[in-house]
Design a protein around this ligand. Structure first.
Ligand SMILES: NC(=O)c1ccc[n+]([C@@H]2O[C@H](COP(=O)([O-])OP(=O)(O)OC[C@H]3O[C@@H](n4cnc5c(N)ncnc54)[C@H](O)[C@@H]3O)[C@@H](O)[C@H]2O)c1
Length: 395
C-alpha cells in the first residue's frame, strides 16, 4: 500500500470545513489529514475537536507534519503561505482567489488602503507578479500547485468538456454567472483582505470554467490552449448608492468593493465570454454557465439544479433540513440539493489533486489556469476604472 499523503489545512473557517469533508471522499490514494492551523487558538481548537485532528499553533509546525498544505485562509495571505509551503518542499493547494493585490507592501495590512480608489494598472502589474512568484517557487521546488477552483471539477462542466472535445466543437460564446445575497466571511468586502469584490470573489468561478473549456478546446484540437486576449468590464457599488433601499435581505456591510461586476472577454481566436457576478441575488446561489458552440449548446447548471423540487407549506417544518446554499427561506417551492458538494465539484477536486500529487502529473486546475484567471480579473478592474474600455490582458 502506498504511503498516505499527509494533508495539513491552513484556516479553520467555511472553506476549511468543506475541504476536510472532500478529502474524506478521496479513493485509491490514501490520505492522512494531519490537522489544522488558523489565526486564533480558539478557532483551530474548535475545528480540531469537531474533526478529531491536531491543532497546530504555527504554519511551520503544520508544514513539518504535512506533504501537502491546503491554504483556506483569506486571499491576502495566499502568496506568502503558498511560497513558504513550496520552499519547504510541500505541494500546495490554494483557494480562490489564487492571489491578487491587497495594498502597498510593508505592513501586513495597510489600514488606510481603499481598493476601490487605488490605481488599477498598478494592481494588475503587482497581481501578475504575485502569481509569477508562486509559480516560480513551484518551479524551484519541483512541487505542484493545485488551484482550488471547484467549477473546473463540477460534473456539469466536466460533462461539457467531454461533449466539446469528443464532438470537436468550437465554442463561440459563453455566458455565466455566480451570484448570491452576500458572503458570510468577515474578511469579505474589505479589499485589503479579499483582493477585490464580486468580480474576484464570485466572477472568478464562471470565468475560470470558461477559460478551462476554451483551453480544453484548443488542446484537444491541436495541443495548444486557447487563452484570453482582452477584457471590457464594468463594476458598480449598488448597495452603497444613496438611493439604495435596504429591505433587509441582502448583505450590505461592504467596505471598499463592488457588489456588481460584468466582464466581456475575448479569446485569442476571437470568440467571446460574458461573465456576471453580484452580491444582489435573493433565492440562493445562482451558479451557471451556458456554452454556445458551432455544433451544440449546453446549459451547465451548478446550483440550483432540479433533481428535487419540493413544496414546504411551513418554514419551521424544514428547520433541520439543508436545502441549498444561501437559500434564505425554505417555505414554498424549493430545489433542495441532493448532494451539493458533488454538484459543486468539491470531492472531485480533491481526488484530482491527490492523484496529481501522488502520480506526478499536473492537476486539471493548476497554476497556469490560476494565473490566467488573475490576469483577466485585474485587467477587468483596469477596464472598469476606464468605464468599460477594452484592455489587453498581459499574459
Ligand atoms: N471555492 C469556494 O467555493 C470557496 C468558498 C468560500 C471561500 N473560499 C475561499 O477560501 C478562503 C477562506 O474563506 P472562508 O470563507 O473559509 O473564510 P473564513 O473567514 O470562514 O475563514 C478564514 C480562516 O482563515 C484563518 N486565518 C486568518 N488569518 C490567518 C493566518 N494569518 N494564518 C492562518 N490562518 C488564518 C482564520 O482564522 C479563519 O479560520 C478564501 O480565499 C475564500 O475566497 C472558496
Amino acid at each position: 500500500m502506498a504511503k498516505p499523503l499527509r494533508v495539513g489545512i491552513v484556516g479553520a473557517g467555511f472553506a476549511a470545513r468543506f475541504h476536510w469533508k472532500g478529502y474524506r471522499k478521496v479513493y485509491d490514494v490514501p490520505i492522512e489529514l494531519v490537522g489544522v492551523t488558523s489565526k486564533t487558538a480558539e478557532t483551530r481548537e474548535a475545528f480540531a475537536r469537531e474533526f478529531g485532528c491536531q491543532a497546530f499553533s504555527s504554519f511551520e509546525e503544520l508544514c513539518d507534519h504535512s506533504d501537502v498544505v491546503d491554504i483556506c485562509a483569506p486571499g491576502f495571505l495566499h502568496e506568502r503561505l503558498a511560497v513558504a509551503g513550496l520552499e519547504r518542499g510541500k505541494h500546495v493547494i490554494v483557494e480562490k482567489p489564487f492571489t491578487g493585490y491587497y495594498g502597498p507592501p510593508g505592513r501586513e495590512v495597510e489600514e488606510n488602503f481603499r481598493g476601490n480608489a487605488f490605481p488599477k494598472d498598478k494592481m494588475l502589474t503587482e497581481a501578475i507578479a504575485s502569481c509569477d512568484r508562486v509559480l516560480q517557487a513551484a518551479g524551484n521546488s519541483g512541487q505542484r500547485i493545485g488551484y482550488a477552483e471547484n467549477w473546473v471539477y463540477a460534473p456539469a462542466i466536466q460533462k461539457e468538456r467531454e461533449i466539446l472535445t469528443k464532438s470537436g466543437g468550437q465554442i463561440l460564446w459563453l455566458i455565466g454567472d455566480e451570484s448570491h445575497s452576500g458572503s458570510h466571511s468577515p474578511y469579505y468586502g474589505i479589499w485589503k483582505f479579499s483582493g477585490g469584490g464580486a468580480l474576484v470573489g464570485k466572477g472568478c468561478h464562471p470565468l475560470t470554467a470558461a477559460l478551462y473549456l476554451k483551453r480544453a478546446e484548443g488542446q484537444s484540437r491541436d495541443g495548444k490552449p486557447i487563452r484570453p486576449a482582452t477584457v471590457s468590464a464594468r463594476t458598480h457599488e449598488i448597495t452603497r448608492l444613496s438611493d439604495f433601499r435596504d429591505a433587509g435581505f441582502l448583505r450590505t456591510s461592504y467596505d471598499d468593493i463592488e457588489d456588481y461586476g460584468q466582464m466581456h472577454v475575448t479569446f485569442s481566436d476571437g470568440t467571446v465570454a460574458d461573465i456576471f457576478a453580484t452580491e444582489l441575488a435573493l433565492g440562493g446561489v445562482h451558479n451557471w454557465l451556458e456554452v454556445f458552440a458551432n455544433n451544440h449548446r449546453t446549459r451547465c447548471n451548478l446550483n440550483p439544479i432540479n433533481a428535487l423540487q419540493t413544496y414546504n407549506p411551513r418554514e419551521e417544518l424544514f428547520k433541520d433540513v439543508y436545502v441549498t446554499e444561501k437559500i434564505g427561506t425554505k417555505q414554498g417551492w424549493s430545489q433542495p440539493a441532493p448532494d451539493e458538494d458533488w454538484q459543486h465539484g468539491y470531492p472531485q477536486e480533491f481526488q484530482d489533486f491527490a492523484e496529481s500529487f501522488q502520480g506526478n502529473r499536473e492537476p486539471l486546475s493548476g497554476g497556469e489556469l490560476a494565473r490566467d484567471t488573475i490576469g483577466v480579473l485585474y485587467s477587468a478592474y483596469v477596464s472598469a476604472e476606464r468605464k468599460g474600455l477594452e484592455v489587453e490582458i498581459p499574459l
